[in-house]
Write a protein that binds this ligand. Structure first.
Ligand code: GTP
Ligand code: MG
Length: 213
């Protein structure tokens, strides 16, 4: 089921994301990670699923995170700081990317190590393309997050690209899969960065998550 939010929660979300957000650094290897002195949330998912676009939609900034038609655009863990409270981490995509295989393997290794080992990581938002649903490679990531007991939540993206009937089908199939994954948040979120659908709800979820008052 998709979660519902109170007016107050939605307002808090808007307030949080109306604050200043700026790029901090791009991390190409784990030794470059910033100090874990504040909470962070990460946006993960297959290449081209819409991670960078979602960071832009959330922060209301069109070009804060670089987006592209070519899978594999984001090649580092890109850190953004929202006020001084929270890091938003735009991750490189996993799965297909237009990059040499050795490089893709190197990213994958880093992504796994980061996801499993980052102590201040409050939640991973795992993005799934509404047109495709959860694929094998996504299920593998979910298994890994379950094993590492990392709190994560599924976010369906690009909801504008399919019909309401198709969306309904993918939502129920995804909800069924979520039930099999112990570390997954029971509610999923439905978004379109293009049409700004579900963005206020995701903001509210994040504000709730960090107890933003
Ligand atoms: P990588 O960094 O390569 O892993 O990709 P990403 O997950 O960051 O995807 P990105 O945000 O760069 O978006 C990929 C493509 O999908 C771009 O052409 C976006 O314009 C498009 N896109 C992203 N979100 C949406 C959406 O909600 N609706 C539609 N129609 N297109 C979207
Ligand atoms: Mg990206």
């Amino acid at each position: 089921m998709a979660e519902r939010y109170t007016e107050e929660e939605l307002t808090k979300g808007k307030e949080l994301f109306s604050q200043d957000c700026s790029f901090v650094l791009g991390v190409a290897s784990l030794s470059q990670l910033p100090a874990d002195d504040r909470e962070e949330i990460a946006f993960a998912g297959r290449s081209n699923v819409g991670k960078s676009s979602l960071v832009n939609a959330l922060t209301g900034r069109k070009t804060l995170a670089k987006t592209s038609n070519t899978p594999g655009r984001t090649q580092q863990l890109n850190y953004f700081m929202l006020t001084d409270k929270l890091y938003l981490v735009d991750m490189p995509g996993y799965g297909f990317a237009q990059a040499p295989e050795a490089l893709v393997k190197k990213w994958q290794k880093m992504l796994f190590a980061y996801l499993q080992g980052r102590v201040n990581l409050k939640r991973v938002f795992l993005l799934i393309d509404s047109r495709h649903g959860i694929k094998k490679v996504d299920a593998e990531i979910m298994d890994m997050l379950d094993k590492a007991a990392v709190n994560y939540q599924i976010v369906l993206t690009k909801a504008d690209k399919i019909s309401a009937a198709e969306l309904e089908k993918i939502v129920s199939a995804t909800a069924e899969t979520i039930k099999e994954h112990p570390a997954a948040h029971i509610d999923l979120l439905i978004t379109s960065s293009e049409k700004k659908q579900g963005i206020d709800e995701l903001r509210a979820e994040i504000a709730k998550l960090i107890n933003y008052v």
